[in-house]
Design a protein around this ligand. Structure first.
Ligand code: HEC
Ligand code: HEC
Length: 194
């Protein structure tokens, strides 16, 4: 039978996806999956999507949680992971297909403007300068495209309040100039990008 176009595309996208990392004990992998999903697609808005995120960034964040440099609920989850687990998990999630983005909202164009141009009147720099034209980031810089809006919004606030404790110098400077509306518009815009 001929496959429908979306099914054929999904199959194509999934080609590079790795199977479950054998280095990581089943129980650990299952625990991650309860929040982040089997393929890093995430089961709810509060849990970041890991699928398609950069491998080096994922490994660095896991390392920061392990060392307590990035604080929060993940510190407990990352405790006990070995270097080999961190490397295998980062590689696994990075190779998974990026889940479909959220629908566009009324704030889309506001978010798009801010992302591309910043807010020259209040001194917010363009996010695009670091996170890239398509918000796919670089090795050490997180991709933001298709991430859950609720997660993005919370992280931006936590950069402002310094509740996010790792490497927050740059993002603290950027985020403290954003208004609540701007944060929401950016989050909704980014969540809708493929
Ligand atoms: C109980 C739910 C839960 C479980 C279980 C869990 N996580 Fe998380 N994870 C979160 C939350 C919530 C965040 C956002 C953390 C924050 O903002 O402090 C997060 C963040 C992360 C991040 C950073 C993502 C980013 O974009 O910066 C990585 C990587 C990660 N988790 C990997 C894992 C791995 C690997 C496991 C299994 C060992 C795991 N998580 C288990 C809830 C969970
Ligand atoms: C000068 C470079 C730079 C600019 C400009 C910048 N960022 Fe960032 N951003 C970073 C870096 C570096 C990190 C990674 C921090 C880390 O390693 O934990 C980051 C992390 C983030 C995260 C956390 C992602 C995650 O998965 O946890 C969000 C959300 C974010 N930036 C949003 C924005 C938005 C929105 C803008 C524009 C208003 C912006 N950034 C502008 C450098 C930048």
């Amino acid at each position: 039978m001929r496959k429908s176009l979306p099914a054929a595309l999904a199959a194509l996208v999934a080609v590079g996806a790795l199977a479950r990392p054998p280095e990581v004990p089943e129980a650990v992998f299952k625990r991650c999956a309860t929040c982040h999903g089997e393929q890093g697609e995430s089961i709810a808005e509060d849990f970041p999507r890991l699928a398609g995120q950069h491998e080096a960034y994922l490994a660095k964040e896991l390392d920061d949680f392990r060392a307590g440099r990035r604080e929060g609920p993940m510190v407990r989850m990352a405790r006990g992971l070995t270097d080999a687990h961190v490397a295998a998990l980062a590689k696994y999630y990075a190779s998974q297909p990026v889940p479909p983005p959220a629908p566009k909202t009324e704030l889309h164009d506001v978010g798009r403007y801010l992302y591309r141009k910043g807010n020259p009147w209040s001194g917010v720099p363009a996010c695009k300068a670091c996170h890239g034209e398509a918000a796919r980031g670089t090795e050490k810089l997180p991709a933001l495209a298709g991430q859950h809006a609720a997660y993005l919004e919370r992280e931006i606030r936590e950069f402002t309040s310094r509740a996010r404790t790792n490497d927050n110098e740059v993002m603290h400077t950027v985020s403290q100039k954003l208004t609540a509306l701007e944060v929401r518009a950016l989050a909704e815009y980014l969540a809708s990008l493929p």
